[in-house]
Ligand binder design. Structure first.
Ligand SMILES: [Zn+2]
Length: 406
């Protein structure tokens, strides 16, 4: 009975353990032998076979008592008396031509859900490709997203430096999971996933996206009458870009060296929200910013309009938000400043999607945690060398237990 437990734990039921020894390298080697009566032809399953030849093969197994374990077998090749085929014995403890046991794969998977591929390569003594292959099988088993349950989505894009490409990601805002990963940007990148949703008869209530035309077109084409919401963080980001552009223009026009220095030093302060400006005995960001704004009337106008734009999402109702937006646009145009005029034009063009926020107050902000994980995945030497693998990793990111820190 006791030996039986051991055999089963090692996945060696049905084999004889002929010998166990420790190699000079400190490896435990277990020599096994398939009982004669278990040999079969792999073509016709007949037991009427002769052992034709043997070859020494070995399989990496789960470490035992801190030592690596190797299963060794004089693997038989049998000739079938029934159909004449010559076939190699397929061990039950390993799959196909793999050089490691099924137990070992389970063991590696346990690690892969907690540490990086590189960590596993180093501790388990496997090649990168082997670990990557095991990881891909593991991720596939975790399963894809359940389309039927999707209600509210967000679309965003990331640039993956290692793969030299942009990826378009679709998130399920209710679970935080990434439900689609596709190459490229714009409408084309979303056609595949959205038509799958359409075919599955899934009704999406709302989609948050940036104001880029491509995504809007894809949502309109496939998911209508879904409500489209322009993500507030993308709007704020765009406004910040306009402000930076204006500051740069102003800087170039200035002749006075001292004034230029003042303007140069406030680049980041302009983008901060006023309540986040530092004011201590040593650092007084508020005064520095006030000084720069005093010097520069257009920059001051743009700065205050930028700050005010945030109030758009704090109105009591959709109708007061509409009034607020129109008023903001009117004042931005009245300044006569080019970057503000274009911003106003953009906001007017996306008025409906901006106001839809009052029906579905969604944004891509809950995804920040996920995006940080993606950033870390890329930055650290995880080195997903193949797109398919990286894609699988993203689609199962919500299963990731480890913090990816360090
Ligand atoms: Zn046969």
């Amino acid at each position: 009975m006791s030996a039986e437990v051991f055999y089963r734990a090692m996945g060696l039921q049905g084999y004889w353990i002929v010998d166990v020894w420790e190699s000079r390298g400190g490896e435990i080697e277990v020599l096994v032998e398939p009982p004669r009566e278990s040999l079969r032809c792999r073509c016709c399953r007949s037991r009427r076979v002769h052992v034709h030849e043997r070859k020494l093969r070995s399989w990496k197994d789960t470490p035992f008592a801190g030592k690596p374990v190797l299963i060794v077998m004089q693997s038989p090749r049998v000739r079938c008396l029934n159909c004449g085929a010559k076939t190699w014995h397929q061990p039950t403890f390993a799959a196909g031509q793999k050089r490691y046991t099924k137990n070992f794969e389970t063991y590696v998977c346990g690690w892969l859900s907690r540490v990086t591929i590189q960590d596993v390569v180093e501790t388990c003594g496997l090649s990168w490709d082997t670990v990557a292959e095991i990881d891909q099988r593991r991720l596939k088993r975790l399963g894809g997203p359940e389309l039927k349950s999707l209600k509210r989505l967000a679309i965003d894009e990331v640039h993956v430096g290692k793969l030299h490409r942009f990826l378009t990601l679709v998130y399920d805002l209710d679970s935080g999971a990434i439900v689609s990963v596709s190459k490229g940007r714009g409408q084309k990148a979303l056609n595949g996933f959205f038509s799958r949703l359409k075919r599955a008869g899934v009704f999406i209530q709302a989609v948050a996206t940036d104001m880029a035309g491509g995504y809007v077109a894809a949502v309109m084409k496939h998911l209508w009458p879904t409500q489209l919401i322009f993500d507030r963080f993308h709007v704020v980001k765009l406004m910040n870009e306009k402000l930076t552009k204006l500051r740069r223009e102003m800087y170039r026009e200035l002749k006075d060296v001292q004034q230029r220095e003042v303007l140069k030093g406030v680049r980041w302060l302009l983008l901060k929200n006023p309540e986040n400006l530092k004011q201590t005995a040593r650092v007084d960001e508020r005064s520095r910013l006030a000084e720069a704004l005093k010097l520069n009337e257009p920059l001051a106008q743009a700065y205050y309009l930028k700050d005010e734009l945030r109030l758009f999402w704090q109105q009591d109702s959709k109708s007061s938000a509409a009034k607020f937006l129109d008023d903001w646009c009117r004042r931005a145009e009245a300044t006569g400043i080019r970057v503000l005029r274009t911003m106003s034009h953009t906001l007017r063009g996306h008025r409906v999607g901006l106001l839809n926020w009052y029906d579905h107050p969604i944004s891509t902000s809950p995804l920040e945690g996920t995006n940080n994980k993606i950033g870390l995945l890329q930055r650290r030497a995880y080195g997903y060398r193949r797109y398919d693998h990286f894609k699988l990793r993203l689609l199962t990111l919500h299963h990731t237990k480890f913090t990816l820190a360090g």
